[in-house]
Structure formats: structure tokens, C-alpha cells
Design a protein around this ligand. Structure first.
Ligand code: ZN
Length: 75
């Protein structure tokens, strides 16, 4: 099993959404499923679907999850 690391550029997922951090409509890039990063200000958000799609601020448990699952940026 290979470990899942950061971005997969072959299947990159971008959406346009409203970022809570910079308060702009901007392009959000998927980090991992459901988690997106704003290309405008760099904030991480979580996709939340509840009738309509919105992007919400990460909770501490979300950040912890990301640390374990998708944020191992090896450079
Ligand atoms: Zn932003």
C-alpha cells in the first residue's frame, strides 16, 4: 500500500466557492476529499453540503485529521 500524499496532479479537483477567510469568491483546490484550499489567501476549508454547498472553517479535529491524512508536504 502506498501512502496517500498531498496533491495528486493527475486528478486535481478545483471548484469556485466562497472563502470564509478572505471573503471572496475564489478558486478552491482540493487537498483531499472534502477539504479545499483557497488559492486567493491559502486558507483551508471544508466542503459542507446542506441543501447547498458551502465552505466552512476547519475545526481542530478537522485540522488534526488533515495532518494525518493529507498534509504531509514533502519537498
Ligand atoms: Zn480565501
Amino acid at each position: 500500500m502506498t501512502k496517500r500524499l498531498g496533491f495528486n496532479f493527475h486528478n486535481i479537483d478545483t471548484v469556485v466557492g466562497h472563502c470564509h477567510q478572505c471573503d471572496e469568491e475564489s478558486i478552491l483546490v482540493a487537498i483531499v476529499t472534502e477539504y479545499y484550499r483557497c488559492t486567493n489567501c491559502g486558507a483551508d476549508t471544508k466542503q459542507h453540503i446542506n441543501g447547498k454547498i458551502s465552505y466552512i472553517r476547519l475545526s481542530e479535529s478537522d485540522k488534526e485529521w488533515l495532518r494525518k491524512n493529507g498534509r504531509e508536504e514533502k519537498r
